[in-house]
Design a protein around this ligand. Structure first.
Ligand code: UDX
Length: 424
């Protein structure tokens, strides 16, 4: 099938590449000429395992990139909207880019179109898109607006796209459902058909539930600290109940990224506007915000204060296998430490710190040299394999705060490290 993907940011580029891999004829369009030039040259503007290979593989055959929106709309019946929906100051999602695209589709369309929103958009957006298209139309061509949220995790986008837990399609007409069934063909996962509003809410509800799970285990981790219980054992024991599940019960310094914080706020905003506040979710946000502080206080007690201390922060990305630092807890940590007058040395295998005031180190050894403590903020595989016994000898004090509970506490303690986890 021919598919147009509007917006070639993380979601758009990934969607375009996956469709191309699935055998569709894909056009990616963007107003950003630099991005398009780079994609045409086979260069991806973000780090995501396996995707650049797909880009090079499909370029010019299954996949083309353009800035010509008019031609792109006219040549494609299936149009995916994948532009950004940044957070506004009040926590709601900014739909300005979605509106621009919807209006352009209305203006340029030359026949029937299926217009699909892939970006995470608030409940009621499909209706808005329908109206924006209608207003911009020069002729009353027919069209359907569909919601098909993405559930990809950064760092595992390719795997997730090829092995989805489910596909959700929200539409209002049988014609639209039919078009989407043709697009997806045979699928190896549950395929949920529902109304657009439900589909839009599913995405927010799912991400918010995962955020709740993380905040719940993080608060339990604090309780475990005071009761001297290992939260990992608790998470495992409770998670093995199939109704609970073991995933997203990893205690740590809290969730970050471009999705959870933004989506949770957007859902809170939607709920407040409907006079049905999601109080439990508001608490989860509070727990997430105070979790970093909890970790810092734990460290301050271990160090006996921040005065004249040097801290090595390992990991800047909000999670492993990505260079994305958006809403990363590590940045909150660094900000706090700098405010306390601490000397901060940072290392990340991929991400680079863009603010000032810290020493960016090229290796873990360089970051650790002479430090009073290590703060591990991202669970990179590289950090789990380090020889902490010999590395800690290069430190002023062998103190390690494992903000992701990803190191082997027993092994580190046996190697003479003063190990601290969260609930470990
Ligand atoms: C998330 C959703 O998982 C995905 O379905 C959606 O499409 C986009 O948002 P992503 O933002 O890539 O994906 O990250 P995810 O792997 O979900 O992790 C989010 C944050 O939670 C990270 O900061 C991670 O470190 C943290 N996390 C995750 C925990 O603290 N504990 C856990 O047990 C799991």
């Amino acid at each position: 099938m021919k598919v147009l993907v509007v917006g070639t940011g993380y979601v758009g580029a990934t969607t375009a590449l996956i469709f191309a891999e699935q055998g569709h004829q894909v056009t990616g369009v963007d107003v950003d000429e630099k991005k398009i030039a780079s994609l045409r040259a086979g260069k991806l503007h973000f780090y995501e395992e396996g995707l650049e290979e797909l880009l090079v593989k499909h370029l010019q055959q299954q996949l083309i990139f353009t800035t010509d929106m008019e031609k792109a709309v006219q040549e494609n019946e299936m149009i995916y909207i994948c532009v950004g929906t940044p957070q506004k100051e009040d926590g709601s999602a900014n739909l300005a880019y979605v509106e621009q695209v919807a209006r352009a589709i209305g203006q340029y369309m030359n026949g029937y179109k299926t217009v699909v929103t892939k970006s995470t958009v608030p409940v009621g957006t499909a209706e808005k898109v329908t109206n924006w298209i209608a207003k911009a139309q020069t002729k009353p061509y027919e069209y359907d607006v569909v919601s098909n949220p993405e559930f990809l995790r950064e760092g595992s986008a390719l795997y997730d796209a090829l092995h989805p837990d489910r596909i959700v399609v929200g539409a209002s007409t049988e014609r639209a459902f039919q078009k989407m069934r043709v697009l997806f063909g045979e699928v190896n996962c549950p395929y949920v058909e529902t109304e657009p509003k439900a589909s839009e809410l599913i995405k927010y509800a799912a991400n918010s539930f995962l955020a709740l799970k993380i905040s719940y285990i993080n608060e339990l981790a604090r309780l475990c600290d005071s009761l001297h219980i290992n939260v990992k054992d608790v998470a495992n024991g409770m998670g093995l109940d199939k109704r609970i599940g073991t995933s997203f019960l990893g205690a740590g310094i809290g969730y970050g990224g471009s999705c959870f914080p933004k989506d949770v706020n957007a859902l809170l905003n939607t709920a407040a506007q409907s006079s049905r506040p999601l109080t439990i979710l508001a608490k989860a946000v509070q727990v997430n915000e105070s979790q970093t502080l909890y970790a810092l206080e734990k460290m301050e007690a271990a160090l006996g204060g921040w005065k004249e201390k040097t801290i090595a922060v390992l990991g800047l990305a909000f999670k492993a296998d990505t260079d994305d630092m958006r809403e990363s807890p590590s940045l909150k940590m660094i900000h706090y430490l700098l405010q306390q007058g601490v000397t901060v040395k940072v290392h990340d295998p991929v991400a680079k710190y863009t603010g000032g005031g810290v020493l960016q180190c090229a290796s873990v050894a360089e970051a650790i040299q002479g430090a009073d403590a290590v703060f591990l903020c991202t669970d990179w595989a590289e950090y789990k394999q380090l020889d902490w016994g010999s590395l800690s000898k290069e430190m002023n004090q062998p103190i390690v705060l494992d903000g992701r509970n990803c190191l082997d506490a027993k092994q580190l303690r046996e190697a003479g490290v003063q190990y601290y986890g969260l609930g470990v």
